[in-house]
Write a new protein. Structure first.
Length: 391
């Protein structure tokens, strides 16, 4: 989910928690206000300034870390954070110098390199100057904040660059997918032109010829009409074969799509390593297609209904007494429950039985769901029975 805005309240609260947990280091200013060493007026303005500082810091880091440009609002918030930190540090005590660490982190989260690096260095210099002015340098408080300010600021610049790189990679992936879809449309258009161009031209030519022959040579015209019918039927067969080929899913393609779908849903996919052999040689297309449909349906169920955090996909070749089989196993750690035969599972069972395979689903009462689709590697068994839900 890195680089993506929160899609619901849960994700927003989670992101705010990870940002806000670092505010624990503001314990020193809070303790200074609670100690009673200041007048009521100073304490009032101290609490007010601290609340405003925290609110501005959270807003800036929450919204700006995944954005590539700095607007006027960003500079206004950074200036406000700097003014509040300087004012409170000079007016109250040296404990308030820790605010400069948060200003440095905010600069790293909101500004681009190399501007962020110069801003962090400049803030550390101001931290030293204000510490000398307030006596914090003599007590060792200001020097103790130099390393956190430098490390925090520069570390946040690295985190921001990582987030921005992730955003750019995600956009590039979407662009590649869009270009691939356009290329597929062009290929479809070329194939349809190659399939139908000759047939339709021949139909047009014979139609014109039959029209000219019809008054004087009806028998030859009838022959031309018969040729038109034959050409039309063949063209229809060609189109059906082409469309069937386009609609037939491939297992490797479905596996790649499953990884994208699971990752987009916040589920960690566990798939065979790249380069690992997945499909045995000579696997018929109809059996591969049945497994591909099974994988698509299983992943769809995991994303929609499973409530899972992890989903493992495995392809295993097994040798049994009945012969060699290729098993597709999809297992998640979701809510589990009773597996009810719906339209999706029923359709998968029918597809697998048609190629001599079987389907098995196992669901725990409290967690986890497991689907195993099996197809034979040799000759399909005659009258194979599907395996229903069970252990």
């Amino acid at each position: 989910m890195m680089g993506r805005p929160p899609r619901n309240r849960r994700q927003a609260y989670s992101k705010m928690l990870w940002i806000g947990i670092w505010l624990a280091f503001l314990g020193a200013p809070v303790e200074d206000l609670l100690s009673g060493g200041h007048t009521i007026g100073f304490r009032f303005w101290g609490w007010t300034g601290l609340a405003a500082f925290v609110a501005l810091y959270l807003r800036l880091v929450f919204r700006q870390i995944s954005r590539g440009n700095e607007g006027r609002t960003v500079w206004t918030i950074l200036a406000a954070l700097f003014v509040i930190a300087t004012t409170l540090s000079l007016a109250l005590d040296t404990e308030w110098l820790v605010l400069y660490v948060y200003v440095a982190v905010a600069c790293g989260a909101a500004l681009r390199l190399p501007l962020a690096a110069w801003a962090v260095l400049g803030l550390t210099c101001v931290l030293v100057a204000v510490g000398l002015a307030t006596g914090g340098a003599d007590a060792g408080f200001a020097p103790g904040l130099l390393i956190p300010a430098l490390i925090g600021g520069f570390a946040m610049t690295g985190v921001r660059q990582l987030v921005l790189t992730t955003v750019e990679l995600r956009r590039a992936r979407a662009t590649v997918a869009h270009l691939a879809a356009n290329e597929e449309r062009l290929r479809l258009a070329r194939d349809l032109h190659d399939l139908l161009g000759h047939s339709l031209s021949l139909i047009t030519l014979k139609s014109e010829l039959a029209g000219r022959m019809l008054p004087a040579e009806p028998e030859q015209a009838a022959q031309q009409v018969k040729d038109i019918e034959d050409v039309s039927r063949q063209a229809l067969v060609d189109v059906r074969e082409a469309v069937s080929g386009y609609r037939r899913p491939r297992l490797l393609g479905e596996l790649a799509g499953a990884q994208v779908a699971l990752t987009a849903a916040g589920i960690t996919p566990v798939v065979p390593a790249e380069g690992e052999p997945l499909l045995p040689d000579g696997l018929p297309e109809e059996r591969e297609s049945a497994l591909a449909w099974s994988l698509r349906e299983a992943v769809t169920n995991v994303v929609r209904h499973g409530g899972a955090r992890r989903c493992a996909i495995e392809l295993v070749t097994r040798q049994t007494l009945d012969g060699s089989f290729l098993d597709l196993v999809v297992e998640d750690d979701g809510v589990g429950g009773t597996a009810l035969p719906g339209n999706g599972l029923t359709g998968l069972t029918e597809r697998l039985v048609a190629v001599g395979g079987s389907l098995e689903t196992t669901s725990g009462r409290r967690s986890g769901f497991r689907l195993r689709a099996r197809v034979p590697l040799g000759a399909p068994s005659v009258g194979g029975e599907p395996v229903g839900s069970g252990a």
